[in-house]
Design a protein around this ligand. Structure first.
Ligand SMILES: Cc1cc2nc3c(=O)[nH]c(=O)nc-3n(C[C@H](O)[C@H](O)[C@H](O)COP(=O)(O)O)c2cc1C
Length: 177
């Protein structure tokens, strides 16, 4: 059975991106979903001095090998001040020191959501530019604006957006099989 890893770029216990990534990964039929929580991979703040003294942190190696064990990735990024959250960026920087091909060319559905009307469009755009240089194989992307209005009682209730998401999920399914 294919394995899908759902990852949110947030360390919030109540992360809306974690909710969206988990929901979306579970739309794919006949696959096993594993949710990778950043809180299970707590790392010190990346510093070149730390790396020189102690090498790449074991937790970064562990997180990288978990990611690279997937057949497909569903990643949803939280946006802080127009960019990645510190927690995600830190883990990402650490992993890139273990292996520049962080995402291992594994098919990825890249998403972002926020409570506001732009749906994390800025961080999504940054990641679309950067991830391909780090082994990212983005086969579809999706931004969900106004999470609180569009995602109700555990489901995406806006029909137009649901159709868009279903199309993105289909692209990921084709790419991973
Ligand atoms: C420090 C900080 C900065 C934020 N900056 C933005 C922003 O630039 N754009 C945005 O849409 N939301 C912003 N937000 C709101 C987040 O989108 C919101 O907290 C969201 O729930 C984060 O995703 P998460 O629940 O998956 O952690 C910010 C929140 C915080 C705490």
């Amino acid at each position: 059975m294919k394995k899908i890893i759902a990852l949110a770029g947030s360390n919030s216990k109540h992360s809306i991106n974690k909710i969206l990534a988990t929901y979306t990964a579970n739309l794919i039929e006949g696959a096993k979903v594993e949710v990778l929580d950043l809180n299970d991979y707590e790392l010190p703040m990346y510093s070149i001095d730390y790396e020189m003294e102690y090498g790449v942190h074991d937790i970064a190696e562990k997180m990288l090998s978990t990611i690279q064990s997937a057949d497909a990735l569903v990643v949803s990024l939280a946006e802080y001040n127009g960019s990645y959250t510190s927690a995600f960026k830190n883990a990402f920087d650490w992993m890139s020191r273990a292996n520049k091909e962080v995402w291992g060319n594994i098919p990825m559905l890249l998403m972002a959501t926020s409570p506001g009307g732009r749906g994390g469009a800025t961080v999504l755009s940054a990641a679309k530019t950067t991830f391909p240089h780090l082994g990212g194989n983005i086969v579809a992307d999706f931004s969900l604006p106004s999470f609180g209005n569009n995602f109700v009682a555990g489901a995406l209730v806006n029909e137009e957006l649901k159709t868009e998401l279903d199309n993105a999920v289909n692209k990921l399914t084709v790419a991973m099989n």
